[in-house]
Design a protein around this ligand. Sequence first.
Ligand SMILES: Nc1ncnc2c1ncn2[C@@H]1O[C@H](COP(=O)(O)OP(=O)(O)OP(=O)(O)O)[C@@H](O)[C@H]1O
Ligand SMILES: [Mg+2]
Length: 260
Amino acid sequence: METSNIIEVTHLNKQFLVDKQPMEVLHDISLQVKQGEFITIVGHSGCGKSTLLKIICGLVGYEDGQVERNGHPVTGPGPKCGMVFQDHRLLPWLKIKDNVGFGLGDLPKQERDEKVRKHLELVGLAGFENSYPSQLSGGMSQRAAIARGLANNPTILLLDEPFGALDALTRIQMQKEILRIQEKEGTTMVMVTHDIDEAIYLGDRIVVMSARPGEIKDIIEVDRAAAGKRSGAEFAAYKKKIYDYFFEDSDEKYEVEYVI
Ligand SMILES: Nc1ncnc2c1ncn2[C@@H]1O[C@H](COP(=O)(O)OP(=O)(O)OP(=O)(O)O)[C@@H](O)[C@H]1O
Ligand SMILES: [Mg+2]
């Protein structure tokens, strides 16, 4: 039996007006995501990755094509969809605990507090419940935004470069944690990242986009066993393939030799 697609993007085109002139941002994007899948998206800066996530989330409209979640238009009823933005977007006048609990207003207080506590602990922010966003570092604010995204228990979680502001160790810890949560909760995740290793480590499939107007160059299926071994030959082969796509339209070459 075929698994149904929870996200279906079909022949999507998107333009923005810049100086009253249309600028093509996304061109003929088609992507199907199955329930419980982890999709990573890589591509040059400005190629339309954030715009694509915002369209899937229903925050930004589009000209042509079709975008559906479980067969519903993104503005209609459908699976609960959350987004962690590239900038953390915490509300500056609310304490961290209230930012994380922001979407949980319909829960009884005790349950809400417990959820907030659990998710702050998960991202390593226990003890900062009563701080305000201005009192946290960039990476800590980003972790609070991830906690807010997860606490809402969405069926689909869209993550826009969520670990960009984190140090290498915290980043690796958060990557493991997000995989654990995804496996446990069965959340469908679509994550934009500029980190090629991260795209391979997390993605069941990696969407490689061209420079603007963003088109899909390739969708690479990842062997999960190989992706777990960051120093392995197969991991290196995925990496080379993605870099080659990145450098396709330039004179640069990806010539790092791997000693395995
Ligand atoms: N609201 C908007 N109005 C006009 N142009 C916009 C708007 N939002 C984005 N753009 C333009 O659309 C293009 C794609 O932007 P987007 O933020 O989707 O890129 P991105 O791939 O996420 O880049 P990055 O990797 O740098 O985050 C950019 O040229 C940007 O200037
Ligand atoms: Mg972006």
